[in-house]
Design a protein around this ligand. Structure first.
Ligand code: BDR
Ligand code: CA
Length: 306
């Protein structure tokens, strides 16, 4: 079987962690590199978290680099209310020594894509690094088969009424990506808000009893508590793995072709993903999720992390 090559740009992040886990353990995917962005926490912390996660998954050989420290033109905006001071509160990793000398996530993304025609670029945080990479070296667009992102919404946002966090933090970066002319796949809040880490999900995960499920249960207990305290939710939505799961399980989501543009104003509409069915289509937008299929794929991968 030929594995699909992918690159992930992320801001781990409780939900990003499980996008990475699935990508690391899937036999169908070849994870060629990871960069981190400023989002759920500062870029230093999201880098440290991605580093710990790759080591925990025994994948310290995957190239990893820290991306841009802030959005392209706007002030940084982080989310400790949900992800804590570390960005991944709730789990104590062993100490792993960092021997990497890779320093620039934007360049790692550019190099990896330029060497790998047909690669899929997945983003689970603000799209800063991919936006900057496209600006710096537009040739990467010839090699990208698809951009798959968690972000946006066909309905309401979560940080403002109009906008979802990843797009709101860096609308200019998202705008570059949505205008890039390569196929896009958007997994937004309209579907990911239905993927809830309920008590039933947690008790099923506990029974798996692997290192992967231990990570999941410990992180999700904190994530759920924070989602409850901050958003008043009974169970937290596990957004980011939707990207990778959509690549692995075609029964998990239904997509519709849409024209999606980004509001880059400095108004209360900033960061809105304006979705409509007028042509030309530039994006496959997830409109339905089958949560049983979603958890099936996630649990299968928690089982592999022994
Ligand atoms: C997105 O924002 C972050 O808090 C999550 O990691 C996810 O990528 C959801 O709006
Ligand atoms: Ca994220």
């Amino acid at each position: 079987m030929v594995k699909q090559k992918i690159f992930i740009d992320c801001d781990p992040g409780h939900d990003d962690a499980f996008a990475l886990l699935i990508a690391c353990y899937s036999e169908k995917l070849d994870l060629l590199g990871v960069s981190t962005c400023s989002g759920n926490q500062t870029v230093d912390k999201t880098y440290r978290n991605a580093f710990n996660l790759l080591n925990y998954f025994n994948k310290s050989d995957i190239p990893l680099a820290k991306g841009n420290p802030s959005p392209i033109i706007r002030e940084s905006r982080i989310c400790p209310e949900i992800h804590g001071e570390t960005g991944l509160d709730g789990f104590e990793f062993p100490f792993y020594e960092n021997k990497s000398n890779l320093s620039n996530g934007v360049d790692l993304l550019i190099d990896t894509v330029n060497k790998n025609k047909g690669i899929i670029v997945v983003t689970t945080g603000p799209m800063t690094n991919l936006g900057l990479a496209i600006k710096k070296d537009p040739r990467i667009l010839n090699n990208i088969k698809e951009i798959v992102l968690m972000g946006g919404s066909t309905t309401e946002g979560n940080i403002t009424k109009a906008a979802e966090f990843n797009i709101l933090v860096d609308p200019e970066a998202a705008d570059i990506c949505f205008k890039a002319g390569v196929p896009l796949r958007m997994l937004g809040l309209n579907v990911t808000r239905q993927i809830l880490v309920t008590k039933d999900v947690l008790s099923k995960a506990k029974k798996i009893d692997t290192r992967g499920s231990d990570l999941f249960v410990k992180l999700m207990e904190v994530f759920n508590k924070n989602q409850h305290d901050f958003f008043g939710l009974e169970a937290g939505p596990l957004h980011d793995p939707a990207t990778i799961i959509s690549l692995l399980n075609e029964n998990a989501f239904v997509f519709e072709d849409m024209n999606v543009s980004i509001d880059t104003s400095f108004t209360d509409q900033a960061g809105k993903t304006i979705c409509n069915k007028a042509q030309p289509y530039n994006c496959k937008v997830a409109v339905k999720v089958n949560v049983d299929e979603y958890w099936k794929t996630l649990f299968e991968h928690l089982e592999k992390c022994i």
